[in-house]
Write a protein that binds this ligand. Structure first.
Ligand SMILES: Cc1cc2nc3c(=O)[nH]c(=O)nc-3n(C[C@H](O)[C@H](O)[C@H](O)COP(=O)(O)OP(=O)(O)OC[C@H]3O[C@@H](n4cnc5c(N)ncnc54)[C@H](O)[C@@H]3O)c2cc1C
Ligand code: SF4
Length: 507
């Protein structure tokens, strides 16, 4: 029997399960990595995402060669042609692939007519397997993240003193919501100059005959494990100590604040979740860091990241089609071209996505998807856009974050209420409203902020559905108190905005 290993583009770790399963026969096992041009034509990916993935794959192939593996690296229109040729040429009788994270790719693997046996090796890029998560979820009435996170703390003994959480509480989130006041002294991010491999990929993407989005340069992301480790070290040293307080704050020109910038590397396999979590925990004990910051960060990786992945594999296959509010408005054009909106919060965030392929969590949640939710945009179009636009987007992380967390289109499997907010939240947590042509305090006038009339219109349109969400009752009482004439004017403003056509702001 001759075994061959196909390493997928988001499985770039020498200890990944398929490679690990053959580690004792390194010199006899052929490996293949494939760049498929057809695959990237499925959606107009951000140019920097393509550069990141292809450059990281090419660097990883080199790393494997240097470690003694025999590696074929193919660029082709599709995956199947080079795969079949390679299998035949090498006389491979068993193809091993680590189980893909994304459900559509698993289905694709099963659909290929291979000339040899296919073995999927269980994925080891997450701390909880799909089965672990299912067992946990099946024991519970509700599957909210907070309970999953506590289970994770106990299971892996992280920030624990025996059976009790360090500091006497599981969650210090309430300390981590400071609005940005005065001048904030944000730490510099670690970026990298493209080497010759990355430069070649940049040229390829620039001259590619496929549709793409966003700026390709300056390209500053790391593309190797050693660069990813530098980003991690820098985060632990310079950002983690003050990660917490301004986690939800947004400031013009501050692309990254204190955020970790680790998701592109974690999602490619260049970093592993446990090494990131242990590094943060060790810094807490060794350097006596602020517990709110350390716990807040560990909750993101041990809690949210693992939870989103587990839930993705737990929910039904039709989850991506969920549309609880029956929202059908098309995605406005300005999502593809930030200059087409003068809503400053959206303009700033979308411009940043165009130039970096990154926005931090609150920009994603409370600016981009909040707008999509209250304006009634189609969840599937919004999910497609997020998947296209972000440096760290993959199906497994996209569905639950966009359909579930951002748009509440799953009806509350994941969140206990929709993340919907008016301009008053955005004004509190950012400086965007200060330089906006819209009036953050106006709901119905000529310059009324669209976040205001859409917010109240959303509550009004879905009053019956939202009434069953206990946490919405207070705000619905405010809606009940609103004078009828004002509510009529709000409804009209929302209708007019859409009536003016895709991407046109209300004048
Ligand atoms: C609408 C929407 C879309 C999103 N799309 C993506 C996506 O395509 N890819 C992606 O990795 N994350 C996504 N997220 C989650 C989160 O916003 C990003 O992980 C985070 O902004 C990445 O930046 P960072 O590394 O600087 O994160 P930090 O804010 O510093 O957080 C640290 C780490 O925690 C993990 N994390 C935190 N929250 C989540 C979460 N909800 N889901 C998964 N991991 C989480 C990430 O690995 C991240 O690197 C999305 C969130 C929302 C609301
Ligand atoms: S006023 Fe409204 S549109 Fe303008 S930045 Fe504030 S929330 Fe955004």
């Amino acid at each position: 029997m001759t075994i061959g290993v196909w390493v997928l583009g988001d499985q770039l770790w020498t200890e990944q399960a398929a490679l690990h399963s053959c580690a004792d026969r390194q010199s006899q096992i052929p490996i293949i990595l494939i760049e498929s041009l057809g695959y990237v034509q499925e959606r107009p990916y951000h140019r920097q995402k393509l550069v990141l993935v292809w450059s990281a794959m090419r660097h990883f192939a080199e790393e494997l060669r240097q470690a003694g593996w025999t590696v074929a690296y193919e660029t082709a229109e599709d995956f199947e042609t080079p795969l079949r040729q390679w299998i035949n040429a090498q006389g491979i009788t068993e193809l091993r692939v680590m189980q893909p994270n994304d459900r559509p790719f698993t289905a694709f693997l099963h659909s290929i007519d291979l000339p040899c046996k296919l073995t999927l090796i269980p994925n080891n890029h997450f701390l909880w397997t799909g089965d672990d998560f299912r067992q946990w979820a099946n024991r519970r009435k509700n599957v909210l993240m907070e309970y999953f996170y506590r289970e994770g703390r106990q299971r892996f003994q992280l920030l624990m003193e025996g059976k009790h959480p360090v500091g006497g509480q599981w969650n210090f989130d309430k300390n981590n919501r400071k609005p940005p006041k005065g001048r904030l002294n944000t730490p510099k991010a670690v970026w990298f100059e493209p080497d010759t491999i990355t430069q070649a990929v940049i040229q390829q993407v620039k001259s590619g005959h496929f549709s793409t989005y966003g700026q390709v340069e300056p390209f500053r992301w790391g593309v190797t494990r050693s660069q990813a480790l530098q980003v991690l070290d820098h985060f632990i040293r310079d950002r983690l100590p003050t990660f917490g307080p301004y986690q939800d704050a947004m400031v013009t020109g501050e692309e990254t604040m204190w955020h970790a910038l680790l998701s592109p590397y974690l999602n490619l396999g260049l970093l592993q979740p446990m090494e990131v979590i242990r590094a943060a925990e060790a810094a807490y004990f060794d350097r006596n860091l602020d517990l709110s910051s350390v716990e807040g960060f560990i909750r993101q990786v041990l809690g949210w990241r693992e939870y989103m992945h587990g839930l993705y594999h737990y929910v039904d296959a039709d989850y991506p089609q969920c549309n609880r509010f029956n929202h059908t408005q098309p995605l406005p054009e300005f999502f593809w071209d930030a200059d087409k909106t003068d809503m400053n919060c959206l303009h700033q965030t979308l411009k940043q996505v165009e130039t970096t392929a990154y926005a931090h969590h609150i920009q994603r949640l409370m600016i981009l998807s909040n707008f999509a939710l209250i304006a009634g945009l189609s969840p599937q179009q919004v999910e497609q856009w997020f998947h296209t636009a972000f440096i760290d987007a993959y199906d497994w992380v996209m569905q639950t974050n966009v359909i579930g967390m951002g748009l509440f289109a799953d009806g509350g499997i994941l969140a206990s209420k929709p993340y919907a907010a008016s301009a008053s939240y955005i004004n509190k947590m950012s400086d965007y409203c200060q330089n906006c042509r819209y009036n953050k305090s106006d709901r119905t006038g000529d310059n009324a902020c669209p976040f205001n009339f859409f917010y109240w219109d959303f509550l009004d349109r879905h009053r019956n559905t939202l009434q069953s969400q206990g946490r919405m009752s207070f705000i619905l009482k405010n809606l009940d108190k609103m004078p009828d004439a004002e509510l009529q004017a709000i409804r009209q403003k929302a209708r007019n905005w859409h009536g003016k056509g895709e991407g046109k702001d209300e004048g």
